[in-house]
Design a protein around this ligand. Structure first.
Ligand SMILES: [Zn+2]
Length: 430
């Protein structure tokens, strides 16, 4: 299969490319990037990308595909379909499945099912502790050997600091990334939303920012003391951004991510007991949103991830305190980034692509998120000037738990190429 992408603005921050040019794909591989590629007489598919951005396929290093075990929420097929519709060509999925991905066999299951029915590249993340119980380390080497790209107990913190330290030291030895869900359970105190005006107003138990920040501090200190690396998941507060900023200045090997909801929404979205605005960490305040944007701008925050967390309608359509945490995110993340960060001047498109493709690939050690000649063709093409309206009924995900229904966003992916195959064509899944 030969594909020629004609006349788009090719942005490949990893290779310092930003120019109007053509890309020629042959047998799944980027064979040439040059102006006015002319292959007269050769039969091929031509994509007219004039006026559009041609980007490396996005890499989402934090999502939940719910497979194995909770396929009523999502499975590898529907989840990767949803991802590709959002312009994402590689995902790393968290291990809190049923059974937990804490051993070779679950890691292997995810990989082989993804090969069979997946629409994008799927990279499993293994658990830090057996059964996510926080007691005993999982078989980190065995999981790495089977193909796990990172370890995390995401969904819950590793409470025992000594266990976290050993996990970080083992991970360093095996050259695998540790992703920390930072939450002090005692401080979070069973809360449901950010502690502040809204929690008082709604009469809901609040979660102090300190619940996140105490653990961010701890993990930074462990990384510093042991010269190991740590990646902080879903940063949501001004304090966390500042802790990472200062640690980076001292040379600590710390990276971090945030999600679109932490730079687009505040706890006001919970008003009316909107369970689609319930997540962990919770939505914060305008001041935190400002700090997240500052952190993105100055490079403190390396990545934007979705934390795509599908739930069945019955798990959200209930009393606020009982509703499960999380929202679906694959199909809105690029549009939210373009609308709330690029259109407002917080980031350039190039910087957005860095945070949604280049940096996540780097942190996971994947040769993805670039348009290097000779590399597998994973490409996303979008027009940032085209507006579209979010309609949850049109999501490819099995779940519809999004707080963004009806939002006006821009830059819906028009073409998505995975492994040299056009999977989305003019916005339609093939
Ligand atoms: Zn988490």
């Amino acid at each position: 299969m030969k594909i020629l992408i004609k006349g788009g603005r090719v942005i490949d921050p990893g290779n310092n490319i930003d120019k109007v040019t053509d890309i020629f794909i042959n047998k799944g591989v980027i064979e040439d990037i040059d102006e006015n590629i002319d292959l007269n007489g050769i039969e091929m598919e031509v994509i007219d990308a004039a006026g559009k951005i041609v980007s490396p396929g996005l890499v989402d290093m934090h999502c939940h595909l719910r497979d194995p075990g909770q396929e009523y929420k999502e499975d590898i097929e529907s989840g990767t379909k949803s991802a590709v519709m959002g312009g994402i060509t590689s995902v790393a999925c968290m291990p809190n499945t049923k059974p937990v991905a804490d051993n070779e066999s679950v890691i292997t299951y995810i990989q082989s099912k993804a090969k069979e029915v997946g629409y994008v590249n799927v990279y499993p993340i293994g658990a830090i502790s057996k059964g996510l119980k926080g007691k005993e380390l999982a078989e980190i080497g065995e999981m790495k050997f089977a193909g796990a790209v990172a370890i995390s107990d995401d969904g819950r913190p590793v409470v025992e600091s000594g266990l976290m330290r050993r996990a970080m030291q083992y991970a360093d030895m095996f050259d695998i990334t540790v992703i920390s869900h930072c939450e002090d359970i005692g401080l979070a105190d069973g809360g449901h939303i950010n502690e502040g005006f809204m929690s008082t107003y709604l009469g809901l138990r609040g979660i102090t920012r300190a619940a996140e920040e105490v653990m961010v501090s701890r993990d930074i200190l462990i990384a510093e003391a042991t010269n190991t690396a740590i990646h902080i998941a879903h940063v949501s507060t001004r304090g966390s951004v500042e802790l990472v900023r200062q640690a980076k200045k001292r040379g600590v090997r710390v990276t971090c991510e945030t999600c679109p909801h932490y730079f687009t929404l505040t706890d006001k979205a919970v008003d009316g007991f909107n369970t689609n605005a319930k997540m962990n960490p919770p939505l914060r305040t305008d001041d935190d949103v400002e700090a997240i944007k500052e952190g993105l701008k100055d490079g403190t925050i390396d990545c934007i991830v979705t934390d795509h967390a599908p739930h069945h309608i019955d798990e959200k359509n209930c009393e606020f305190a009982l509703a499960l945490n999380g929202i679906v995110g694959f199909e809105t993340s690029l549009g939210l980034g373009l609308k709330y960060l690029v259109e407002t001047g917080v980031l350039t498109i190039n910087e957005l692509i860095e945070k949604m493709a280049v940096n996540p690939a780097k942190i996971l050690g994947l040769n993805k998120g670039n348009l290097s000649v000779g590399n597998t063709a994973d490409i996303t093409i979008f027009d940032p000037t085209v507006n579209w309206t979010v309609d949850i009924e049109k999501f490819s995900s099995k779940s519809k738990n999004s707080p963004y229904n009806g939002f006006e966003l821009c830059g819906k992916p028009e073409y998505v190429i995975v492994g040299g195959n056009v999977v989305v064509n003019q916005g339609i899944l093939l």
